[in-house]
Design a protein around this ligand. Structure first.
Ligand SMILES: [Zn+2]
Length: 262
């Protein structure tokens, strides 16, 4: 057993918990510096994916409009063949009645041709709009890529910055956790996760004469029983009846409440 461990084992449970609480908070605060950079990078990656989806959708729409244009052009080609054929027939018309019938068909077909042309213009304008949209998407993608690269680099820098200190603190944390009974440690860990490291709360003296005390975390009144238990046994861990955090008495509070005890 190392000297430090002997020292820790000799300390009351509540003091060991406080040591763990303090180092646990340091570990969490150090990790949070990297976490914010990680969250930022995740956001950038998500935005990149979203722009990619938008790009794929626009490309697909463009392809569909291009296919429509190609179909319309085939239709117009067929109409032109028919018009050419009607022209020849008109030239060879043998009477007015035949001529009029051919002319009427010609006019109807020309109306169809015009409708195809109008449709083609609409399709072409849609392609133009999509081209502008795709150019905008490419630009946004390029900009987002730059931001993502910077974010990725920033994350690596931050990870490197804290690596050494984090390793030291993790070792300290392990040592502090090693002297705490497993069941208490489980409770501590679960509280620390639930409350983002704020697993313990100091007792606040509201009115010493009236024996009124509260929890500094949730501000709610603590029953006198809780205080008595804490004063009576430093190896007991007492939790706030409202927020469930493990309570501790600062040295000054302990001194104020029970001067004879210290
Ligand atoms: Zn509380």
């Amino acid at each position: 057993m190392s000297d430090t461990l002997i020292e820790l084992t000799a300390m009351p449970l509540i003091d060991n918990l406080l040591t763990l609480y303090k180092v646990d908070r340091q570990v969490r605060s150090l990790r949070s510096r990297v976490e914010s950079a990680q969250i930022y990078l995740n956001v950038q990656n998500r935005l990149m994916t979203e722009i990619g989806v938008e790009q794929a959708e626009s490309n697909l729409k463009r392809k569909q409009h291009k296919a429509n244009i190609s179909n319309i052009e085939t239709e117009i080609g067929a109409v032109d063949v028919r018009i050419e054929h009607l022209r020849e027939e008109l030239n060879q018309a043998i009477n007015d009645k035949q001529y009029s019938a051919l002319l009427a068909e010609m006019n109807t077909i020309k109306v169809h041709r015009k409708a195809f042309e109008d449709e083609e213009l609409i399709e072409m304008s849609a392609v133009e709009d999509l081209d502008a949209n795709l150019a905008d998407i490419s630009q946004r993608l390029e900009e987002r890529e730059k931001v993502t690269k910077v974010a990725s680099k920033e994350l690596k820098v931050r990870e490197a910055e804290i690596a050494e200190q984090l390793a030291e603190l993790e070792t300290e944390r392990e040592a502090a956790a090693a002297v705490i009974p497993e069941s208490v440690l489980d409770e501590f860990e679960s509280l620390a996760d639930d409350y983002d490291g704020e697993s313990m709360a100091a007792v606040e003296i509201i009115d010493l004469k009236r024996r009124e005390y509260s929890c500094t975390s949730c501000s709610l009144r603590l029953p006198l029983d809780s205080i008595t238990s804490m004063l009576g046994n430093k190896d007991a861990h007492v939790k706030c009846v409202s927020c469930d955090r493990i309570l501790f008495l600062e040295a000054e509070s302990r001194e104020a409440i029970a001067p004879a005890d210290t």
